[in-house]
Design a protein. Structure first.
Length: 137
């Protein structure tokens, strides 16, 4: 039976000393109440690049080489500039779009209130003024 536990990386000072996990290239160690339970990364020699079903109890296994390769690739992806600055970029873009829409809304309201052609009283007289201009000049 496989039990999935949501884990998160924390500083050593924040770690619960009665129940914690450590991860190495060889496997995972679960320390609970002073006892250590080591789970070795399973080697699947038949299919080294893909996940397959273990013949014992139907667990999915990932070969150690694949785990190390994926770990290496994950760290390499983190060095790509796009992924390093994504969180800052995303927050800045959301802020910029909010400011832009707020300014546009303010300018639109100001124009509707103060622009000569959008004022209802002056707009009603525009056709007459447009027709009458050649006669008064």
């Amino acid at each position: 039976m496989t039990v999935t536990v949501p884990l998160q990386i924390v500083k050593h000072s924040e770690c619960d000393e009665d129940d914690f996990f450590t991860l190495s290239a060889s496997g995972v160690t679960h320390f609970q109440s002073g006892k250590a339970d080591f789970t070795q990364l399973v080697r699947c020699p038949a299919l080294p690049r893909r996940r397959r079903r273990d013949n014992t109890n139907g667990h999915t296994c990932a070969p150690q080489e694949q785990w190390q390769r994926e770990y290496y690739l994950f760290n390499e992806v983190l060095h790509v500039r796009l992924f390093r600055v994504y969180r800052i970029w995303k927050a800045f873009r959301v802020w910029r779009n909010f400011v832009w829409s707020w300014k546009m809304r303010q300018y639109s309201e100001s124009l509707e209130k103060n622009l000569f052609m959008l004022n209802g009283i002056f707009r009603a007289g525009r056709p007459f003024a447009h027709w009458a201009v050649p006669f008064f000049s």
